[in-house]
Write a protein that binds this ligand. Structure first.
Ligand code: PLP
Length: 390
């Protein structure tokens, strides 16, 4: 059975060009980039190019990029650096719809005595910006807000908010794991002090990420060790993965320039419109006017999301009912709950996240396959029967 993969916010296929660029660094070029000899020095040169490619993708300076092991490490490093750099400040701020990499860290820090503010969102997943600004004080060490939501795709106006937060002398971090490579970012003009990147969300391998740290930002490393990454992250570099991340960044820059995501968003819109037209009691979760181009979260009322996923799986269709880190639990996602999505809709919500490798034929196949699945499940659903008065 062929696989139709529309779960790209969970992870993406490694681009063939990325794999090709990485391979020699497992075999021929295995030198340590910190070595004095040129065998290692050549590897250091390739890492330099990768750093430049990442910097270009987000409008940063190469010296501001630190390689990490993943988005989660980048997020954790940023938050811990802020609270260590400002030990007298005991207040930290984020939103109610963050990925567990931030959400669970904030909850842990809250148990350790930090005062935490989780800023609410409205029914469309838009941030309550006034609530955010009202919460800030001299005691606030950091504000961390995601750029694009992994479940709904809703984009927060990070440039604007970061400038306001910065004008109050407070550090600003953004988890841009889902935004990098999908929408054009130029952080040089923003107030962003730190920004998290994860390779496997844009066709680099898993286990590689980066943290942008604006020049002049107070910082203390999470991984203390050797002098790698200018003393900002100890540990011998994951060379091949870094080369892969650099190549993925180069491809993403080209793709953004040539409107590659225009095609992806047209496919996403086709899927969304067709499913809404064919399936009664279906609606999109979140603000559709400011959204990642590859993502749609659709609620199919009165059916169980897990059952939809299992039946789609039988047809080779891979989607998701929440973030990869919360699926496996039958609780509706904290993101949809924060948006006030009714229980009956939250439970039947499916996230489709596309990539440049998806084809129109695949989208047509989902449009054909899914409506009868929903119909069959509703025939079995007592909630649906009750709602329809039958
Ligand atoms: N932040 C967001 C918004 C994500 O979607 C993810 C992964 O799903 C992460 C952070 C964690 O990234 P990683 O899997 O590289 O640790």
């Amino acid at each position: 059975m062929t696989v139709i993969y529309v779960d790209n916010n969970a992870t993406t296929k490694v681009a063939p060009e990325v794999l090709e660029a990485m391979m020699p660094y497992f075999s021929d070029y295995y030198g340590n980039p910190s070595s004095m000899h040129s065998f290692g020095g050549n590897v250091a040169g390739a890492i330099k190019t990768a750093r430049e490619n990442i910097a270009r993708l987000i409008g940063a300076n190469p010296a501001e990029i630190v390689f990490t092991s993943c988005g989660t490490e980048s997020d954790g490093t940023a938050i811990r650096a802020a609270i260590e750099s400002y030990p007298d400040k005991r207040h930290i701020v984020t939103s109610r719809v963050e990925h567990p990499a931030i959400k669970n860290l904030y909850e842990t820090l809250s148990k350790k005595g930090y005062r935490t503010t989780f800023v609410p969102v409205d029914g469309e997943g838009r941030l309550d910006v006034d609530y955010l600004y009202d919460s800030l004080s001299e005691d606030t060490a950091i504000v961390s807000l995601m750029w694009g939501n992994n479940e709904t795709g809703v984009i927060f106006p990070i440039e604007e908010i970061s400038l306001e937060v910065k004008s109050r002398g407070i550090l600003f971090h953004t988890d841009a794991v889902q935004a990098v490579g999908k929408i054009p970012l130029n952080i040089s003009e923003s107030g962003v002090d730190m920004l998290s990147i994860s390779g496997h969300k844009f066709h680099a391998p898993k286990g590689i990420g980066a943290l942008y740290i604006r020049k002049g930002t107070k910082f203390s490393p999470f991984m203390i060790g050797g002098h790698q990454e200018d003393g900002r992250r100890g540990g011998t570099e994951n060379t091949a993965a870094i080369i892969g991340l650099g190549k993925a960044a180069e491809l993403a820059s080209e793709n953004l320039k040539t409107d590659g995501y225009g095609r992806v968003s047209r496919l996403r819109d086709k899927l969304e419109h067709a499913l809404l037209a064919k399936v009664p009691n279906a609606m999109v979760n979140g603000d559709t006017t400011s959204r990642l181009p590859n993502t749609t979260s659709i609620a199919f009322e009165y059916v169980e999301g897990e059952a939809i996923l299992l039946m789609m799986n039988e047809h080779g269709i891979c989607a998701s009912s929440g973030s990869a880190c919360t699926s496996g639990s039958l609780e509706p996602s904290h993101v949809l709950r924060a948006m006030g999505v009714p229980f009956t809709a939250a439970h039947g919500s499916i996230r489709f996240s596309l990539s440049r490798y998806n084809t129109e034929d695949e989208i047509d196949a989902i449009i054909e396959t899914l409506p009868p699945i929903i119909e069959r499940l509703r025939e079995l659903s007592p909630f649906w029967k009750q709602a329809m008065g039958s």
